[in-house]
Write a protein that binds this ligand. Structure first.
Ligand SMILES: NC(=O)c1ccc[n+]([C@@H]2O[C@H](COP(=O)([O-])OP(=O)(O)OC[C@H]3O[C@@H](n4cnc5c(N)ncnc54)[C@H](O)[C@@H]3O)[C@@H](O)[C@H]2O)c1
Ligand SMILES: O=P(O)(O)OC[C@H](O)CO
Length: 323
């Protein structure tokens, strides 16, 4: 062990996988679970077949100290969990949000939520094309770690990087967070296209033009359009809009096949962040005065304000324009 301590808050699929990845850096790891199993566990329900490394201790108690804390809960719970964590965590310990989405009630990005709940704390975001099960199995992957403080981002990449999980530092927190949030909405749209039998050309067009919408919104929020070409942008869109392992993409496929959203959600126990992020994203775009017809159409399909036929007409019957 290297003497470092990494704490992971949230023992869902992604928290479990990140605990495995953190253990591979040589650190001691604590994994906070909302409802810990008495006597501890080595195999967790969200990732069947994955054994936790010995370096990982599962706990129901928030850490008071660590070299870094990873916040890995559904984005809609980030506010309440971070408030509780802030009550016990020592000042100065950096917190990295690993959530992908917007808070539904406020349209805030996760780091903006943390700025309200942990105002004096150093923070960062981790985002990229990462299916939890593959990270847990130690398959090769990469992601972006962004902080407004680039020195902190570089320091955290050096703590969390390993020979199978390669991290790149960035200071574009708006671009990285927005890309991670929006890709879940686009993945639902891509799934709808495939589920409805509209073809792979249509899916490629939808993804590509959605990138233009997200880039415009990222710039309006102070981010960089170029970030969309990176791991948190196109990288995650490629994975999530084509990989059947994506909860958001597979939800879109089922919806496109004609299954009601309420029925799909009732049949699942894991989070598909795109569902609640979609209306928040559209509200944010409206507030910033950014035109996002594709994101809007996906949102209206999910809320049944549009039929598939109406959505198709709305997107395709617009006058041609410059790319
Ligand atoms: N699964 C992946 O491959 C993956 C990869 C990258 C990022 N993410 C992101 O990580 C976040 C978490 O996703 P996940 O895959 O781990 O979800 P999950 O559905 O597998 O698990 C969610 C976990 O959060 C816990 N939880 C729910 N409500 C809570 C509350 N109020 N307080 C505390 N804990 C609560 C649940 O008990 C569960 O353990 C999401 O924002 C997701 O987009 C997931
Ligand atoms: O299963 P999804 O759709 O939540 O996607 C998981 C990760 O975000 C992929 O990078």
């Amino acid at each position: 062990m290297n003497g470092r301590h990494i704490a992971v808050i949230g023992a869902g699929a992604w928290g479990t996988a990140l605990a495995c990845a953190a253990a591979r850096t040589g650190a001691r790891v604590t994994l906070w679970m909302r409802t810990p199993v008495p006597g501890g566990v080595r195999e967790l329900p969200r990732l069947p077949g994955i054994q936790l490394p010995d370096a990982v201790t599962v706990t129901g108690v928030f850490p008071t100290h660590a070299d870094v804390v990873l916040l890995v809960v559904p984005v809609q719970t980030a506010r309440s969990v971070s408030v509780a964590l802030e009550g016990v965590l020592a000042p100065g310990v950096p917190v990295v949000t690993c959530c992908k989405g917007l808070e539904q009630a406020t349209s805030l990005l996760p780091l903006t939520v943390l700025a309200e709940t942990m105002p004096d704390r150093p923070t960062a975001v981790l985002s990229g094309p990462n299916f939890a099960i593959e990270i847990a199995k130690d398959l090769p992957a990469a992601a972006t770690l962004a902080s407004t403080d680039l020195t902190l981002a570089k320091h955290l990449t050096s703590i969390l990087n390993s020979s199978s999980f390669r991290l790149y530092a960035s200071n574009d927190v708006a671009g990285v967070q927005l890309a991670g949030a929006a890709k879940n909405v686009v993945a639902i749209g891509a799934g709808i296209v495939i589920g409805a039998g509209l073809g792979e050309n249509g899916r490629a067009a939808l993804i590509t033009r959605a990138v233009a919408e997200i880039a415009r919104l990222a710039e309006a929020l102070g981010g960089r359009a170029a970030t969309l070409a990176g791991l948190s942008g196109v990288g995650d869109l490629i994975l999530t809009c084509t990989g059947r392992g994506s909860r958001n993409y597979s939800l879109g496929i089922e919806f496109g096949e004609g299954r009601p959203l309420s029925e799909i959600l009732a049949s699942r126990t894991t989070v598909a962040e795109g569902v609640l992020t979609a209306p928040a994203l559209v509200a944010l775009a409206q507030k910033m005065g950014v035109h996002v017809p594709i994101l809007e159409t996906i949102t209206h399909l999910l809320s049944e304000k549009l039929t598939l036929e109406e959505a198709r007409t709305l997107l395709l019957d617009r006058p041609p324009t410059l790319e």
